[in-house]
Design a protein around this ligand. Structure first.
Ligand code: FES
Ligand SMILES: [Fe+2]
Length: 386
């Protein structure tokens, strides 16, 4: 070996390694993750533009729980557990509109949009019923940047405190004035942590996302982190891409981005991650969020949507089409890569390898997981997890 080249482990005394394979595919882990990480933290239900009229609703399923966000007749946004107070039937699915009241599909109990119990079929058959105690159970929520967040935990840190270091970067994009452009739900054959590991590092970009790399610098060259948040910026390359759609995007974007957007924001794609499971991507012409939700051990659901300021210009539609096309390709590449990791983890031969400094956000995610679920430190699942 060349005497001047020392192995990384000699230079860097702390060698981080990924979590042991069993952690990425175990039913007890999934249960604990929902309980200790997903539910106690802030989760996006939807954007305020999806609740524009009284009665508009969106639901979010979190493991066995489900939450409704609804616009009331008074114009407020309220959030409730999606559980009927009679015998527990799930009240609403997906998103839509309830005219005037939320009505249970089982025996027809109905609730005001503000949650109070309104009507009971065969009321006289419930002699001692106290209507006032049987409203929908509220869920703690907060609207920030135009997004309705909920938490099923007691006291997560306030959202504005978590996002404070980056609020000024978001401001010129005016997320709160945006409209929904499209939404999606995808099911991946990998554990949610494999997907998050992937979103939290860009070490894979030059190899895994050749199109993105042709257009932009990798975001690990321009990173900023704060507690629970990581942000990376990818800057538009001067060199035009060899592919027409990418080249066309590069050409259009700087001129078409909203005029009040600062120059720097017109030339970059910024990727924000909030631990444990939220991503927000900001582009000059639109933004998106995605949430990675456990769907049983070794499986996950990616729930996302993108939003833009109202803009009917034909060129803007073309620009957003190109951006969506590029991002769909990136997403396909990530799905392919994450599913391959999950398959590799299933091999008895796998042992967690050393991690690069470029994977430090992933290490922070693992630290959070180990802090909340100490068993994740063990090389094998403990006997009580059987
Ligand atoms: S469970 Fe909802 S009315 Fe009976
Ligand atoms: Fe990726």
């Amino acid at each position: 070996m060349n005497a001047t080249v020392r192995p990384v482990e000699a230079v860097n005394p702390v060698v981080h390694r990924a979590l042991p394979a069993w952690v990425y595919n175990h039913p007890e882990m999934t249960r604990l993750e929902y309980q200790r990480l997903i539910k106690p933290n802030w989760q996006i239900v939807c954007h305020v533009s999806q609740l524009s009229a009284a009665g508009d609703f969106v639901t979010l399923d979190l493991g066995a729980d489900s939450v409704i966000a609804v616009r009331t007749s008074q114009g407020e946004i309220r959030t409730f557990h999606n559980v009927c107070r009679h015998r527990g039937a799930r009240l609403l699915e997906g998103s839509g509109h309830c005219a005037g009241a939320i009505t249970c599909p089982y025996h027809g109990w109905s609730y005001r949009l503000s949650g109070e119990l309104l009507g009971i079929a065969a009321r006289e058959t419930f002699p001692a019923l106290e209507r006032a105690t049987l409203g929908l159970k509220p869920v703690r929520s907060q609207v920030l940047f135009g997004f309705v967040f909920v938490t099923l935990g007691a006291t997560p840190r306030p959202l504005e405190e978590i996002w404070a270091p980056f609020a000024a970067e978001f401001a010129p994009h005016r997320f709160e004035d945006m409209q929904l452009l499209s939404s999606y739900v995808e099911h991946w054959d990998c554990d949610w942590k494999v997907a998050m590991d992937n979103y939290l590092e860009s070490y894979h970009v030059p190899i895994g996302h050749p199109g993105l790399y042709r257009m932009f610098t990798p975001d690990y060259d321009d990173q900023r982190t704060a507690p629970d948040i990581a942000r990376g910026c990818s800057w538009l390359r001067e060199q035009p891409s060899s592919r027409w759609s990418e080249r066309f995007y590069q050409k259009l974007v700087v001129d078409l981005a909203p005029k009040d957007l600062p120059e720097a924001h017109r030339r970059r794609w910024s990727f924000y991650s909030m631990l444990p499971n939220l991503g927000i991507d900001v582009f000059p012409e639109q933004m998106d969020f995605f949430q990675v939700l456990p769907r049983g051990p070794g499986k996950c659901t990616i729930r996302g949507a993108n939003f833009g300021l109202p803009d009917e210009r034909r060129e803007m539609r073309v620009l957003r089409y190109l951006s969506a096309r590029i991002n769909r390709q990136v997403q396909r590449e990530d799905t392919f890569l994450c599913n391959r990791v999950q398959r590799g983890l299933a091999s008895d031969s796998y042992e967690p390898g050393p991690l690069s400094r470029l994977e430090h956000c992933m290490v922070e995610f693992h630290e959070l997981l180990r802090a909340r679920i100490p068993e994740a430190r063990l090389p094998e699942p403990p006997a009580r997890f059987a």
